[in-house]
Design a protein around this ligand. Structure first.
Ligand code: ADP
Length: 268
């Protein structure tokens, strides 16, 4: 059974059609990257999967049940939206931020139990950041904060993680550490569905890539099938070579061909 399924989903803002006849199913486990130009409807699709927007028509289901029929607290424990890095107003420790993921399991006034602390520690350990446990959340790096937010969702018991451009604003090292953390959790059977602006990140991390343009899916398959010179040109109007490295990985290299006039042939 698909963990998330969208059948004939249409969505529009006012009169403008944003998503047109979307049919997608997501298996449990692995990384799915959504790739497409700005304004193509990726964020809208994520919001529909999270139940934050209602489609104009069509059905969205989670584990075979229409999401509208699942009580909100039950749904919210299973599927986590991991926001882009932000600063908390108060200097909670990293452990306190992760413990917030346990809040749905408690009445307002009950204290966190030793089980909650164990789950928080385990979530941090799974992302290799247990050493940050007692640090103020405001004093760790952006990449570490993003990992802490994933740990909070793990502590909440989520099995599906929805992320909108998770590496936004992170330096190269933090981008790679974050993608590595995501890959490792996906290998344990968790599901990550995320948008990215970087075809290379999809090549590095994704098991499946969905190419999006003008509110429709134009390609859906493995990174090797979907990320090609032709598809990148169709999405972004940029010429690239998709190069196979000796290590087996593939990368996109823009074709810079600056002539004597200084004109570039990157654009058509
Ligand atoms: P992407 O994530 O691919 O950049 P979005 O899903 O954010 O695309 O946006 C898709 C389209 O919907 C864009 O044309 C955008 O301008 C429009 N849009 C997004 N949010 C709103 C809104 N709240 N009201 C009206 N139009 C919106």
């Amino acid at each position: 059974m698909k963990v998330i399924a969208l059948e004939q989903v249409h969505f529009s803002y006012q009169r403008k059609d944003i998503l047109k006849d979307i049919n997608l199913g997501f298996e449990r486990g692995g990384v799915v990257s959504l790739l497409g130009p700005n304004g193509s409807g990726k964020t809208t699709l994520l919001k529909i999967m999270l139940g934050l927007l209602q489609p104009k028509s069509g059905l969205v289901s989670f584990d075979g049940r229409p999401i509208k029929s699942i009580p909100r607290p039950v749904f919210a424990r299973q599927i986590a939206y991991v926001p882009q890095v932000h600063r908390e107003a108060f200097a909670y420790t990293v452990e306190e931020v992760v413990l917030m993921g346990r809040a749905p399991y408690h009445s307002f006034f009950s204290a966190y139990s030793s089980k909650d602390h164990d789950i928080a520690a385990d979530s941090l350990a799974r992302l290799d950041i247990l050493h940050l446990k007692d640090r103020p959340y405001t004093e760790i790096s952006g990449g570490e904060r993003q990992l802490v937010l994933i740990a909070r969702s793990l502590a909440q018991g989520a099995s599906v993680f929805i992320m909108d451009e998770p590496v936004n604003g992170l330096d190269y090292g933090n981008q790679m550490r974050l993608l590595d953390g995501i890959r490792r959790l996906a290998a344990e059977g968790l599901t990550f569905i995320m948008t990215t602006h970087f075809p290379d990140h999809a090549l590095m991390t994704a098991d499946r890539v969905i190419l999006f343009k003008d509110g429709t899916v134009i390609n859906d398959g493995s990174p090797a099938q979907t990320i090609t010179q032709e598809s990148i040109f169709e999405l972004y109007r940029i010429n690239v070579n998709v190069v196979s490295m000796s290590c087996g990985s593939r990368v996109c290299m823009p074709i810079w061909a600056t002539g004597t006039t200084g004109a570039s042939t990157l654009a058509p």
